[in-house]
Design a protein around this ligand. Structure first.
Ligand SMILES: [Mn+2]
Length: 396
C-alpha cells in the first residue's frame, strides 16, 4: 500500500472511538432462553473490568454505556461506586440508558401510556437518568422506548404522539448545556402492530420538538430488511440531526449479531456517507459510535474484541475512498468510475496497516490473540462460574 493511503488510515484510526455496552458482558439471550456463560459478568464492576480489558487491548474503547436499571441499582446514589469502578478498570462511564420498558407499570407504555401517573413516573426516571449522567460527566442520554400496541384500534396513535412530544420536551428541559438527548427508533418488537417511534422520520420530528440538544440515534438493527440505512444517515447528516449509532448486524430483524458479520459493505457505506459529508462540508460530524449487541453463543469479551477490530477495518476502508474523485465522477455521471471508487476501497486489505498503527500506539498487533494469551478469561471463569451457574436460563 502506498504511503498516502497508509497515512489516511492512520489519520482515520486516530479519530475513531467506539463505546462498549455494559450489557454485552452479562448473560443475555433470546426470547426462548439464555445459554449461561461461566465467565459472564454478574456485577456492574465485572462489566467495567471486562470492558477495561477490551480497551486495554484495542485502545479505542475508552467508555462503557450504562443501563440505569441494571448498572445503577441505587439510582443516583450508585454514581460514587461507578466512579470507583471506572478508576479501577480504566474505562469511563459513557452514554446513560434509562429503562422505560421493564417495570410492570410500563405494560401499556411509558411516555405514551394513557395513565398520567405512569407518564410521570417515566419522566421522573428520565430526569434521574439525566442526573446520573451529569454526576458521571456523561454527555449522552439514550432514549429507547418499547411503547406501542399489538392490535389495531387499541391505542390512540395521535394522542400518544402528543404525549411523547410533551414528555420529551420536559425531559430535554433537565439537560445541562453540554448534554444531549438521543432518540432511538425501531419499527417493531416488542410491539407488533404499531410502535410509537417506528422510524427515523418520527424520531427526527420528536427530536426537533424536544429541543436543540436532541438528536436521532440510529440502531442499525432497527430497520426493515431492505431499507437503505446509509441514505437515512445521509439525510440525518444533512439535517445536522444525527447523534449516534448503535452498531450491530442482523439477517432478519433486530438480531443483535456482531457488527459487519452479515453485511460488512453496509457498514462501510454508512462510514463512507459520514466521511463524504465531512469532506464536502468541512465540518466534523459529532457522532457517538456505540455497540449494541448481545452474544448468546460467542464468548462475550472475544465477541467485543472482534467487533472493535471489524469496526476499525471498515472505518479504515471508508477512509480510502477518494472524495475528490468521487465528487467529480458523480458530477460527470461517470457511474462505473464512481461505483468503483467505493468498491476498490472496500476491497483493500487494510489489516497490515491497522497492525502497524496498533504497534505505533504500543498496543498488541493482534488484540484477540493477546486476549487469549492473557489468562484473563481463565481467571474470571474460575471466579464467576459458581455465581453464573445459579443464573436463571429458562424463558418461562
Ligand atoms: Mn439500540
Amino acid at each position: 500500500m502506498d504511503v498516502r493511503k497508509s497515512e489516511q488510515i492512520f489519520d482515520a484510526l486516530g479519530t475513531f472511538r467506539i463505546e462498549l455496552p455494559s450489557w454485552g458482558f452479562a448473560n443475555t439471550g433470546t426470547r426462548f432462553g439464555k445459554f449461561i456463560q461461566p465467565a459472564a459478568a454478574t456485577t456492574t464492576e465485572e462489566k467495567f473490568s471486562d470492558a477495561g480489558q477490551v480497551h486495554l487491548l484495542t485502545g479505542v474503547c475508552p467508555t462503557v454505556a450504562l443501563h440505569v436499571l441494571w448498572d445503577c441499582p441505587d439510582g443516583v446514589h450508585s454514581t460514587d461506586d461507578i466512579k470507583k469502578f471506572a478508576g479501577r478498570h480504566g474505562v469511563l462511564p459513557g452514554s446513560i440508558n434509562p429503562n422505560l420498558f421493564q417495570d410492570q407499570e410500563y405494560k401499556y407504555g411509558s411516555f405514551g401510556n394513557p395513565d398520567p401517573a405512569v407518564r410521570q413516573r417515566a419522566l421522573q426516571h428520565t430526569k434521574d437518568s439525566i442526573e446520573i449522567a451529569r454526576r458521571l460527566h456523561s454527555r449522552d442520554v439514550s432514549m429507547w422506548f418499547a411503547d406501542g400496541s399489538n392490535y389495531p384500534g387499541t391505542a390512540n396513535i395521535r394522542q400518544r404522539k402528543q404525549w411523547f412530544k410533551e414528555v420529551l420536551k420536559e425531559s430535554h428541559g433537565e439537560l445541562s448545556p453540554g448534554q444531549r438527548l438521543l432518540i432511538e427508533y425501531k419499527p417493531f418488537e416488542p410491539a407488533f402492530y404499531h410502535t410509537d417511534i417506528a422510524d427515523w422520520g418520527m424520531a427526527l420530528l420528536l427530536a426537533r420538538a424536544a429541543g436543540p440538544q436532541a438528536r436521532v440515534l440510529v440502531d442499525t438493527g432497527h430497520h426493515y430488511a431492505a431499507q437503505n440505512i446509509e441514505q437515512i444517515v445521509a439525510w440525518l447528516l444533512s439535517e445536522e440531526m444525527l447523534g449516534g449509532f448503535h452498531f450491530n448486524d442482523r439477517r432478519y430483524a433486530d438480531d443483535d449479531l456482531t457488527m459487519g458479520s452479515i453485511d460488512p459493505y453496509q457498514v462501510f457505506r454508512i462510514f463512507h456517507e459520514i466521511r463524504y459529508f465531512e469532506w464536502e462540508t468541512g465540518k466534523r460530524a459529532d457522532i457517538a459510535y456505540m455497540i449494541d449487541q448481545s452474544h448468546n453463543l460467542k464468548g462475550k469479551i472475544e465477541a467485543m474484541i472482534q467487533t472493535v477490530t471489524v469496526a476499525q477495518e471498515l472505518f479504515s476502508k471508508a477512509a480510502l475512498v477518494d472524495a475528490r474523485e468521487l465528487a467529480a465522477a458523480q458530477k460527470n455521471c461517470d457511474l462505473v468510475r464512481a461505483e468503483s471508487l467505493l468498491q476498490d476501497a472496500f476491497a483493500t486489505d487494510v489489516r497490515p496497516v491497522i497492525q502497524e498503527w496498533r504497534e505505533s500506539k504500543g498496543l498488541p498487533k493482534n488484540p484477540m490473540e493477546a486476549f487469549r494469551q492473557s489468562g484473563y478469561l481463565e481467571r474470571i471463569t474460575k471466579e464467576r462460574a459458581a455465581r453464573n451457574s445459579s443464573n436463571i436460563s429458562s424463558y418461562a
